[in-house]
Design a protein around this ligand. Structure first.
Ligand SMILES: C[S@@+](CC[C@H](N)C(=O)[O-])C[C@H]1O[C@@H](n2cnc3c(N)ncnc32)[C@H](O)[C@@H]1O
Length: 409
């Protein structure tokens, strides 16, 4: 193969080639084979999540499906940086990827490794169906995947059903990226309703709303397949959301998990928010803070339960300290905020927006606000969705009062 047409890059423990003319482009669908340097953090968090998943939930050798692999960089890093991989499917529908993936496997000496590597050039849904069908013909559980990664351009919605069918029923891990943030974050509400069956909302906490719409949609498609999900990590960065969810198959528990589905009601007049569960028939849509009835909006259905799992987050934070991943420092900061978010209420308040609304000229430091609220006996934390926002169980009325009375000096 003519190496002049490629450039060699290093990422994590992997060396790999990308097409030379792709290296000069802004990452887009029109590349020969997609590669985006800004998504290194996506692959880093995937490595950490896989290691934590193996440690906490699945110590047997695992089968992974990287269903949209592009250059194969994600799979190659997993093969080099994780242990206990039995088999890995490296797939991409784009026919040009095949040669590049083979070349990159060779470069990293993975063609002779102990891992069974299956390279393919199929539509992801076709591959998932094939895995499911092969499993049915074999009549044991060995053919199905422990881990499936879905990393498309835009929405992952059309891949979830087939993916759940190709996953082992219990204790499997599904890793899903969505880059259609304008859709999930309320800028394109019609598209959100069409793609995720939920109403989005554009406001100061729309990133969290979007992540919860994706979780709810994933949970419902899992339910259709007689599965439930437990969100282990919900990760937002720059222009994408990636969720990591564990599956379970106990029907009673699945029915109990419906408590995680609901709506968020938002008063546009005073900014008060509250959560409603799925049964909204008897709910008065009146703001419990300013009693407004005319200026209420809502988002949902969406996931109103926990979006991260404490043990999982603690372990990936530890692993991040131990390893030397390319985004170690940035991840440490994000994971720290994610750790703070656990058990905190849904939604957050942007401090700059609040100060502008209250005509407060000097924005207090976030640390002072958080400490001030905690000293009053309420919860307060940062959020990884927005570095200039806070989460708190204090209501908007009391929060504004504290700002008014200059409590956070
Ligand atoms: C965002 S890129 C994936 C990036 C890759 N995971 C990485 O870490 O570099 C999306 C890839 O999905 C592939 N793709 C798009 N639709 C697909 C489908 N239906 N089945 C399989 N692959 C698909 C594209 O060819 C493209 O390479």
């Amino acid at each position: 193969m003519d190496n002049q047409n490629y450039i060699k890059i290093k990422e994590g423990l992997a060396n790999f080639y990308i097409h030379k003319n792709d290296a000069e482009q802004i990452p887009s669908k029109s590349m020969n084979v997609f590669y985006n340097k800004r998504m290194i953090i996506n692959r880093d968090i995937t490595i950490l999540s896989l290691l934590a998943y193996q440690n906490l939930y699945n110590q047997k050798p695992i089968t992974i499906v990287d269903s949209m692999a592009a250059s194969g960089i994600g799979s190659i890093r997993i093969s080099l940086e994780c242990k206990g991989i039995k088999k890995i499917y490296i797939n991409d529908m784009n026919p040009i990827t095949l040669n590049l993936i083979e070349k990159n496997l060779h470069l990293n000496q993975l063609n002779n490794s102990n891992i069974e590597i299956v390279i393919s050039n199929k539509d992801a849904n076709f591959l998932f169906s094939e895995i499911n069908q092969n499993h049915m013909l074999k009549s044991d559980n060995s053919g199905k995947a422990d881990v499936i990664s879905i990393d498309p351009f835009g929405t992952p919605n059309i891949y979830l059903d087939a993916a759940f069918k190709a996953l082992k029923k219990s204790m499997s891990l599904i890793c899903i990226t969505a880059t259609d943030t304008a859709v999930l974050f309320g800028i394109k509400p019609d598209a959100c309703f069409r793609k995720y069956l939920s109403k989005s909302l554009y406001n100061e906490y729309s990133k969290e709303i979007g992540a919860r719409i994706l979780l709810h949609f994933t949970a419902r498609i899992a339910n259709v397949n007689r599965l439930g999900i437990i969100p282990l990590l919900t990760f937002y960065s720059q222009h994408f959301i990636r969720i990591f969810c564990l599956t379970f198959k106990n029907i009673k528990k699945i029915n109990e998990s419906f408590d995680n589905y609901g709506y968020i009601i938002h008063c546009n007049k005073c900014g008060f928010r509250r959560i409603l569960n799925y049964n909204i028939i008897n709910t008065e849509l009146e703001c419990l803070c300013c009693n407004s009835q005319n200026d209420i909006s809502y988002a949902g259905p969406l996931w109103v339960g926990e979006i991260h799992q404490k043990e999982f987050i603690e372990l990936i934070s530890e692993l991040n300290q131990e390893l030397n991943l390319p985004n170690k420092k940035r991840l440490a900061k994000i994971l720290n905020y994610i750790g703070e978010e656990i058990n905190m209420p849904f939604s957050y308040y942007n401090v700059h927006k609040l100060c502008k609304e209250l005509k407060i000229k000097v924005v207090p430091k976030l640390e002072n606000i958080i400490e001030g609220i905690r000293n009053l006996g309420y919860q307060a934390s940062r959020t990884h969705f927005d570095f200039t926002s806070i989460k708190t169980n204090l209501n908007i009325f009391d929060l504004k009062n504290l700002f008014h009375t200059n409590h956070f000096k």
